[in-house]
Write a protein of this length. Sequence first.
Length: 241
Amino acid sequence: MTREREPAPPEGLARLNAMAARRLEGEPVMRILGEKEFYGLAFLLGPETLIPRPETEMLVRRGLEILEGRSAPKILDLGTGTGCIAISLLVENAAATAVAVDLAPEALATAQANADRHGVDKRLSLRRGSWFEPLKPHERFDLIVSNPPYIATPEIATLSREVREHDPLLALDGGPDGLAPYRTILADAAGWLTPDGAVLCEIGSSQGLAVKTLFFQAGLRDVVVHPDLAELDRVVEGHHI
Ligand SMILES: C[S@@+](CC[C@H](N)C(=O)[O-])C[C@H]1O[C@@H](n2cnc3c(N)ncnc32)[C@H](O)[C@@H]1O
């Protein structure tokens, strides 16, 4: 029953008005509601997390294909945010374990809540630090996956208000040309892979050639740039020698 003839209770009306005021200030609906669906799961958001994007689901889909048939695969997710990539991979592959790293402590708290919510907390180790810094020297991974910040600093001012004012800068800013995180990650990635390990990175649509070159320079083989559904370059894949 819709109860359309009943007046809205004052507390409900006050909540709705507060939400409308936030939306008028340019806050995205998903932030106001506090969660976003990704790979069929609902992820809690926090002020230090990016809102997961549909194109990032490509990393999960391709990651699952790469890991298929491996007995106890180990995953490393660099710049985990809400944890959406690592957690989706763990939900879909019950034999896998993952380490997920982020520099933002509150993002890690949100990722922990999401891991608890989706029942994968025992298979996920969340660590604070910059990229590979929080890893132990002996650790090796079958899959390194990352959706790092990749917007060039001067471009941030041109983004929509929803993104510019409400997504955290740490999740967006890829340095002067947007490629700084890829340079750092790819300089070390090969050394953290198992002998048949792979790297998957999300990229901005104009970064295919530059990031592909960084994959080659990192000594990775079978390097491929995958387009998204809009036919824009979106994911770069490479394998250990
Ligand atoms: C584009 S967001 C991606 C978040 C999430 N993985 C997703 O796909 O929705 C990039 C993430 O990298 C994190 N980050 C930025 N610099 C970092 C660094 N030096 N080391 C680790 N994480 C970093 C940010 O805090 C942010 O959570």
